[in-house]
Design a binder for this molecule. Structure first.
Ligand SMILES: [Zn+2]
Length: 108
């Protein structure tokens, strides 16, 4: 379910997923197929991580990356969940063939 809710966002962020919702910063973004596909990949990740473990792992990875790279933007883009989503969000058929816990391949 896509919800227009601009109050969540700062910086360059356009979308955010908290299962079962995809929040978007601007109404027109619901037509942005790549962004919505990106967020749908996060929906799948959250489901298979039983929701709460997704957020715990996401935060732990982010903190480790932040210590490692000392840069918030790099720390964010190196999170395995984000790497999987960014690498595959242009492929609209990705979720049809994706295997469970596919983000593990993107751990660095
Ligand atoms: Zn993302």
């Amino acid at each position: 379910m896509i919800i227009y809710f601009p109050y969540l966002f700062y910086g360059d962020f356009q979308g955010m997923t908290i299962f079962p919702f995809i929040f978007i910063r601007y109404k027109y973004l619901k037509h942005n197929k790549i962004l919505i596909n990106h967020e749908k990949i996060h929906l799948r990740q959250q489901l298979e991580m039983l929701w709460i473990f997704f957020f715990i792992c996401y935060l732990v990875e982010y903190i480790i990356n932040l210590i490692k790279y000392k840069n918030t933007n790099i720390a964010y883009h190196k999170i395995s969940f984000e790497r999987e989503a960014y690498i595959n969000d242009k492929n609209m058929k990705y979720l049809n063939k994706r295997k469970i816990w596919a983000f593990i391949k993107y751990l660095k």
